[in-house]
Design a protein around this ligand. Structure first.
Ligand code: UDP
Length: 496
């Protein structure tokens, strides 16, 4: 059986951004471990090089290069990842990525010729156009979303309908085909979305090249859990008439995460030693994900809020917006006078520069609450450990994740919104106390977060007689891919 499984080839094709490549790598490792299939990860040469050094030594994941020359598209030379680009050029890389269609098709045709025809192609939410390539070649195709069902449903609906453009007199609006999301405020829209009017580059990309193509796919895999994200999943089922398979949480192990992560200022041993000295459920962990930071004035207020709250905290700091995010952090410039010395002296706070061992921190029993930008990986990592969230979304669908977590799941309170909003340290203190103190709301949130942790554990159960919803969804996905292949074979060769 294992030998037969080995022959199945699964092609994975993430968009060229760390926030997309990382969940795909987690998916690749998950499928490899669960199914023992051959996994082929496709990307442009520089990303493949980086991926090569990120793979665990014992992994048999195959890496295949697809040619790409950024300077052909007016981008700086050797730019193959959004990491290397200022925000306003990200859309240019996205547009340029649509030109990969011909070479991607060729690459798949070569695999077929070599007798290594993929059982399925799993592509990024930005690569809707790969669905027609798969269709042309009679291959099973799925989109893989590292975002929540709910977050992606809002994202999809807003791009396809631009509802905030219909009533320019109001700052609030409803989604015409996703009423479940109730009211949305324009401050919950990322800049590209808020400014979109149907003629801009983002709208044209999503409406003509990407989202529109999703109906050609055979379904969507979600890094989520059915039990708490069914509303968003049902949006796609009815909208596209295709299955949505919730197979999560698929997360990188701490070791794999360290391999793909950035340089950290504080080792994981130091963080854990520091946490070991703190009482149970007494620490607030603060981080804005892998690529975001806040403005200088927000940073000042956050520091004042943390100090005034009197709580223990670990804060992943980066230079504020407007400075090179990878440059040295200047505490004397960006934090209140004497802040760093005081928190060191009192041992109340630990500043971690640039990158922290997040999963290790969240799994420590001293951690009580996570102040997070609510990127979906951070959310899953937090809830997998029963840690409630104070939400401060920065970009993309994170605002909708906060909505889901606060309004539907009751495991989050929002403290601020976006990179430029005004935030007062008094409000930060109030939210920290609400969640971390023995308030009615705080207790309720912790109870609900623990309940979600149980849902997550159950979804991933894979025991005889006890198969969790996420394990079943992955099995269903591969069964669907195999049925399609059998059907295609019969159609091509009816007498066989
Ligand atoms: N991460 C980490 N250390 C950090 C910041 C981020 O390990 O200091 C990891 C985090 O555990 C998560 C990922 O980076 O797995 C961030 O993904 P998420 O979807 O939360 O946000 P994004 O970075 O895509 O905005």
């Amino acid at each position: 059986m294992a030998e037969r499984n080995r022959k199945e080839n699964i092609v994975l094709f993430p968009f060229m951004a760390q926030g997309h490549i990382i969940p795909f790598l987690a998916l690749a490792l998950h499928i490899e471990q669960k199914k023992k299939y051959t996994i082929t990860l496709v990307n442009t040469p520089l990303n493949i090089k980086k991926l090569r050094s990120s793979l665990p030594p014992n992994s048999s994941i195959r890496l295949l290069e697809i040619p790409f020359s950024s300077s052909d598209y007016g981008l700086p030379p050797n730019t193959e990842n959004t990491d290397a680009l200022p925000y306003h050029l990200v859309i240019h890389l996205i547009q340029a990525s649509t030109s990969l269609k011909t070479s991607f098709k060729k690459l798949i045709e070569n695999l077929i010729e070599q007798g290594d025809s993929p059982l399925c192609i799993i592509a990024d939410i930005f690569f809707g156009w790969t669905a027609s390539v798969a269709k042309d070649l009679n291959l099973f195709h799925a989109i893989f979303s590292g975002a929540s069902g709910y977050g992606l449903a809002c994202y999809y609906s807003i791009w396809m309908n631009l509802p905030h453009r219909n009533d320019v007199d109001s700052d609030e609006f409803y989604l015409p085909d996703f009423a479940e999301a109730s009211r949305i405020h324009v401050t919950q829209l990322a800049t590209s979305m808020r400014e979109a009017d149907g003629t801009d580059a983002w709208s044209i990309f999503h409406r003509k090249k990407n989202l529109l193509e999703w109906v050609n796919s055979d379904g969507i895999l979600f890094n989520t859990v059915e039990e708490f994200d069914f509303v968003g999943l049902s949006y796609f089922k009815r909208k596209l008439g295709k299955p949505a398979w919730p197979i999560g949480p698929v997360l990188l192990s701490y070791k794999s995460q360290a391999r793909v992560g950035k340089e950290g200022g504080t080792s994981s041993e130091l963080c854990i030693e520091w946490l070991n000295t703190k009482p149970l459920n007494s620490v607030l962990y603060v981080s804005f994900g892998s690529m975001n930071t806040i403005s200088a004035s927000q940073m000042m207020q956050l520091a004042m809020g943390l100090e005034t709250s009197g709580k223990n905290f670990i804060w992943v700091v980066r230079p504020p917006i407007g400075f090179d995010i990878n440059s040295e952090f200047k505490a004397n410039k960006w934090l209140p006078q004497g802040f760093e010395e005081r928190i060191k002296g009192s041992r109340k706070g630990l500043l971690v520069h640039n990158w922290a061992p997040q999963v290790e921190i969240l799994s420590h029993k001293s951690v009580s609450t996570f102040l997070s930008h609510c990127g979906w990986n951070s959310v899953l990592e937090s809830l997998s450990h029963g840690v409630p969230i104070i939400g401060w979304a920065m970009a993309a669908e994170q605002f909708f994740n906060v909505k889901l977590l606060e309004e539907e799941m009751g495991v989050c309170v929002e403290v601020a919104r976006g990179k430029s909003c005004e935030v007062r340290h008094e409000d930060i203190v109030q939210k920290i106390e609400l969640v971390m103190n023995e308030t009615q709301k705080g207790k309720e949130m912790r109870r609900k977060a623990c309940h979600v942790m149980e849902m997550i554990k159950n979804a991933m159960k894979d025991e005889v007689g006890l198969i969790g919803s996420s394990v079943k969804a992955l099995d269903d996905f591969f069964s669907a891919a195999m049925s399609m292949r059998e059907k295609t074979k019969k159609e091509e060769n009816p007498t066989a």
